[in-house]
Write a protein that binds this ligand. Sequence first.
Ligand code: 13P
Length: 251
Amino acid sequence: MRKKLLVGNWKMNKTMAEAKSFALAALPLVSYAESKNIDIGVCPTYLSLDIVKKTNPKLIIGAQNVDYHTHGAYTGEIAINMLQEIDIDWALVGHSERRSYYGETNASCNLKVKALLASAITPLYCVGETLAEFEGGLTKSVVERQVREGLKDLTKEDAKKIVLAYEPVWSIGTGKNASQAIAEEVCHFIRTILDDLFAEVSEEIRILYGGSVKPDNVRTYLSSPNIDGALVGGASLQVDSFRALIENIAE
Ligand code: 13P
């Protein structure tokens, strides 16, 4: 049985002071979620990672990006050992905004996934098609390439440690969320690829849906057999809404 997972991606929102006050207000949510057998986490900006971790150490804290080089002349980037130094648990890889605005490719995602696994940080690998690809009937071929190339050369032991998120680009921040049927169909399709790549461990890998998830629709997604949680942008920013998301997925 895969444990449910709710992750908030704050994107480029919240000053350090705002992030700290969310982390404080979220202290009771951690024990509530634990009692309901749900993992919860947030991905603040790099600047706020440390303060959120220190304020709420049991919340899963993820970076929104990371570089795969160990150090060197990579202006503006952050290395994995810098995340480790402040006990960061997870990192997003290949979010569609990184792919579309900053040139992230399946190959660079693969390097990041492997570097994170080598450092015992959980990669949350994001895939999803654009509106043009969706309308062109290309969803499965695009997602298949993203999964196969992004997870290339991983062992089964590695694969057990990763989390995937299916986020159709056309549903991110648009209020046009994918129907439950589409989300489940694609997440099921992803699981068949994982079956092919990693055979017996594929059932252990969590797959999240993301894209305009709100407190009033989160439960529907999570009632789907292959959707194990949600990656939430806008609705994760306010602690009341984050709490409502958790409450609505609790049994
Ligand atoms: P929204 O929930 O704001 O649509 O964002 C989804 C997302 O991109 C999470 O990573």
